[in-house]
Design a protein around this ligand. Sequence first.
Ligand SMILES: *[C@@H]1O[C@H](CO)[C@@H](O)[C@H](O)[C@H]1NC(C)=O
Length: 184
Amino acid sequence: MTALKSPAVLLVVMMVASFLPQSTVAKTRHVVGDASGWSIPPGGATTYATWAAQQTFTVGDTLFFNFTTGLHTVAEVSQPAYGACSSINTLSLNPTGPTTVTLTRPGTHYYICTVVSHCQIGQKLTINVSPVTAATPESTPLSPAPTFELSPTGSPVPLPLSASPAFAAVVPVTFLAVALALFY
Ligand SMILES: *[C@@H]1O[C@H](CO)[C@@H](O)[C@H](O)[C@H]1NC(C)=O
C-alpha cells in the first residue's frame, strides 16, 4: 500500500493548509511624495498633506523616503515636536537616504526633516495608520451573507474566521482536490 502513502501525506498537508488563515491583506510600499521624493516641497507643507490624503496606510505597509544623504534626514517625532519643527527629542532619526520605514503601530505618525529650516518650509509629513483589519467585503466576493452576529450587548461582533462563507468554501474545494489526487 505504499502507493497510498504519498496521497495520504498530501491529504494531511492540504487539510492543515485549509485551516490556516488566508491572508488577504497586501502590504503597500508608499513612495513619499511620489516622483518628487522627500525634499523641500515647492508648494509648502500642503504638498505632503495632499499626498498623504491620497494614500491608505495600514500596519505592515512601508514608507520609502527618497532623499540624498547629507541633503535631508527623516525623523519621526511627537506631535508637539512636529508642530514646533523641533528635532531635539526625535523618536527615531535616519540621516541616510534613501530609507524605508515600516509602519509597525497604528495611529498618527509625524515625520520631519531635521536639517535647519526644512521642516518650517514644509518638509514634514503626518500620516494616520490603520490597524490590520479582518477580511474586507472586496476580498470576500463569495460572501453576501452578513459576517456579523449580535453579541449579548447588542453590538455587532465579527464572526470567527471558520464561520465565514469564504472559509467554508475552501474546505470542500480542498477535499475535491484530494479526491482527484487519490483516484487519478
Ligand atoms: C529616487 O530619487 C532619484 C533621484 O531623484 C530617482 O532617480 C529615483 O527614481 C527615485 N526613486 C523612486 C523609487 O522614486
